[in-house]
Write a protein that binds this ligand. Sequence first.
Ligand SMILES: CC(=O)SCCNC(=O)CCNC(=O)[C@H](O)C(C)(C)COP(=O)(O)OP(=O)(O)OC[C@H]1O[C@@H](n2cnc3c(N)ncnc32)[C@H](O)[C@@H]1OP(=O)(O)O
Ligand SMILES: O=C([O-])CC(=O)C(=O)O
Length: 375
Amino acid sequence: MAEAKVLSGAGLRGQVAGQTALSTVGQAGAGLTYRGYDVRELAADAQFEEVAYLLLYGELPTQAELAAYSNKLSKLRDLPQALKEVLERIPADAHPMDVMRTGCSFLGNIEPEKDFSVQRDVTDRLLAAFPAIMCYWYRFSHDGQRIDCVTDEPSIGGHFLHLLHGKKPSELHVKVMNVSLILYAEHEFNASTFTARVCASTLSDLYSCVTAAIGSLRGPLHGGANEAAMEMIERFSSAQEAVEGTLGMLARKDKIMGFGHAIYKDSDPRNEVIKGWSKKLADEVGDTVLFPVSEAIDKTMWEQKKLFPNADFYHASAYHFMGIPTKLFTPIFVCSRLTGWAAHVFEQRANNRIIRPSAEYTGVEQRKFVPIERR
Ligand SMILES: CC(=O)SCCNC(=O)CCNC(=O)[C@H](O)C(C)(C)COP(=O)(O)OP(=O)(O)OC[C@H]1O[C@@H](n2cnc3c(N)ncnc32)[C@H](O)[C@@H]1OP(=O)(O)O
Ligand SMILES: O=C([O-])CC(=O)C(=O)O
């Protein structure tokens, strides 16, 4: 058992910065709940669209509500021609998180949120369109193909895989994508969500809040860690090499991406779920390197530092086994976390005061201005 985390000091750690009814993180019992439901139960039995509905509309849907919601989302998947033209101009070596940021922002120009009464419709549109924004750009810039942005896949996860690979995904892969989207959907006042809430608190529009949040998620200390973890794992060709490499990184005081957490102290409840699915995928593809390497790093980190894998670490190998290019890992997080961001924006708007903390001044004392010719 690791020691209790120090919840004070830099990074606003431990400061209560507002209220939420959306999730609890790191509390006794479940570890992570969405509107009171244990994320592990949701990941085992729910569809991502149900979880999106729960977060955005307040309760789990009935069969009829889910069918109507999924149908609504399916009809909103296609991209306007103007957006496709913008995506075609973004170079292949751009980072896909920058593509998502631009895609979201541009859609805000051509389909603006006219007033807050349409906030749920704008969110549903983004939820439906994000997989196509990512895949249209990726397939055009990498394969020179203008893909059809509409598929008959019932789920968002299946739709994404179909757009990316140009064929119907397997049942197992659709299931894993569904689990992954559920695990990433919401996480209280993490950096990107807090960014969205700060933006919302100025009464800005939803596209601006989401665009700002994407920028915040991009960094390797937050969502970008799944991509960074993959790059590290791929450097090792055996478990033995991974142990030695991890010890070397720790000796050099490098940060090991995909480990540790600002709130959880001895485990991230999402890890056991995605690790289990990563193992199933490893068996499916007959992997004998990536999964053992991941487990060797995991074991070494716990033995040496009592640091545990967070949600990002085993997502890396899971996505890789499904043939997803590494640089698309964090954009998938965007497709999911959009639900949490938007739900927080709705909450902020419903009970708003501009978020404007104070700073402790550490600069020079007040002094007299000296005109430039006398400096
Ligand atoms: C979905 C998500 O966003 S989950 C987070 C994804 N991010 C990562 O995986 C990046 C790697 N991890 C980290 O950088 C950190 O653990 C964070 C950013 C997640 C949390 O940061 P903090 O709350 O500041 O971490 P914490 O206070 O627990 O750090 C304690 C000590 O452990 C060290 N530590 C924490 N994580 C790591 C790590 N992954 N590798 C090496 N050392 C680490 C810190 O440097 C610190 O050491 P120090 O006391 O000598 O300075
Ligand atoms: O809560 C955090 O700081 C980071 C995290 O795990 C998430 O956003 O999913």
